[in-house]
Ligand binder design. Structure first.
Ligand code: PGA
Length: 293
């Protein structure tokens, strides 16, 4: 028995040594778990706005202290937006989609390097419109998230259930499956927690004027944070921003932002209007760090 035990312990030690040598057990950057998460609010303009409208938006935008603001215009407007922002502006630019290959015969697509060149530091990945209208699969989403992180772009990975899935009680199964699939390509070590953002966007709430209630958003985001903790550990997950998206407005943002796992918003329709978007930034800024989980 003692022999067997010694043998097992030796094998375990060898396996651990192998994993350590392969890099699989290297911890990610140590997150500062004492620091409160900086709220993040991202505007997803989808296929809206001209160059002139982009400049007009910037002129009316009111930033909020302590909130990271990300604007995701159509890719061709990234340089217009970059030029319209005052020098040294804290506003970050993001793209709405990216191709996972570095270059090649992919008509109509943009690589991570091209988006970085155009001024983007974030990229939305796996938006439900990309999945539903352009046939993007979980596998595509995983490859895009991994390519973005490798290139130094921060992915905002979108997950969310359809109405029929919610009504049939499949919400958490869908969220778990989408999240796990999206992160499979990341490998070890875990990325910087600030560089990976997950947005819960119930499909039935996107562009419908029907937002998830604060309780529904909190329940889904707490579930996602717990799954992320299983993958990357609790300390890491406490440094990671989770967003709510789906008919977020100036009116519903304060209640949503008061939830412990809602670290900000991914905003579609309301992000087109600088007044409405600025009010959402203010709601995120009013979030008290002591409510965070
Ligand atoms: P919405 O869109 O705010 O118009 O519902 C959100 C999104 O698609 O990210």
């Amino acid at each position: 028995m003692t022999d067997l035990r010694a043998k097992v312990e030796r094998v375990v030690r060898e396996v651990i040594a192998d994993l350590a040598a392969s890099g699989a057990l290297r911890p990610g950057p140590a997150p500062d778990t004492a620091a409160p998460r900086t709220p993040l609010v991202a505007a997803n303009w989808k296929m809206h706005k001209s160059a002139a409208e982009t400049r007009a938006f910037v002129a009316k935008l009111r930033l909020a202290e302590g909130v990271e603001t990300v604007l995701c215009p159509p890719a061709v407007l990234l340089p217009v937006l970059a030029a319209a922002l005052p020098p040294g502006s804290p506003v970050r630019l993001g793209a709405q989609n990216v191709h996972f290959e570095a270059q090649g015969a992919f008509t109509g697509e943009h690589s991570c390097a091209m988006l970085l060149d155009a001024g983007a530091t974030y990229v939305v990945v796996g938006h439900s419109e990309r999945r539903a209208l352009f046939g993007e699969t979980d596998h595509d989403v995983a490859r895009k998230a991994a390519a973005a992180l490798r290139a130094g772009l921060r992915p905002i990975v979108c997950v969310g259930e359809r109405l029929a899935e919610r009504e049939s009680g499949a919400t958490f199964r869908v969220l778990r499956a989408q999240l796990t699939a999206a992160l499979t390509g990341l490998g070890a070590p875990a990325p910087d927690p600030a560089a990976l953002v997950v947005a819960y966007e119930p499909v039935w709430a996107i562009g419908t004027g029907r937002n998830a209630t604060a309780a529904q958003a909190q329940e889904a985001l707490a579930f996602l944070r717990d799954r992320l903790a299983e993958l990357f550990g609790h300390a890491w997950t406490r440094g990671m921003r989770l967003l709510y998206g789906g008919s977020a407005t100036a009116k519903n943002a304060p209640e949503l932002a008061a939830q412990p796992d809602v670290d900000g918003f991914l905003v579609g329709g309301a992000s087109l209007d600088p007044e409405a978007f600025s009010a959402i930034l203010a709601a995120a800024a009013a979030r008290r760090p002591e409510v965070t989980r």
